[in-house]
Design a binder for this molecule. Structure first.
Ligand SMILES: [Zn+2]
Length: 81
């Protein structure tokens, strides 16, 4: 009885933290490279190829655009926020 309750609690907490993480990754942070003019979602395979020394991060698409970056055609970061 108690075990079942605990398991439910653990699953609930895991789900909550997982969805929270997904949201913040998707909506908030974009990355680009000093060597290119594209910006990406952090999960994009191209974003993961960026050399950490050349990595630049943006808090919004507008910020990236203001810096002269254009959206990646693979992960298609949104322009609206
Ligand atoms: Zn991309």
């Amino acid at each position: 009885m108690l075990k079942k309750l605990l398991a439910g609690l653990v699953i609930g907490v895991c789900l909550m933290s997982f969805s929270g993480l997904g949201l913040s990754q998707e909506a908030k942070v974009y990355v680009g490279s000093k060597n290119s003019t594209k910006y990406h979602y952090t999960w994009c395979r191209w974003a993961q190829k960026i050399n950490p020394n050349n990595k630049v991060t943006f808090n919004s698409a507008q910020e990236a655009k203001a810096a002269g970056y254009i959206p990646c055609k693979v992960c298609k970061p949104l322009m609206r926020d």
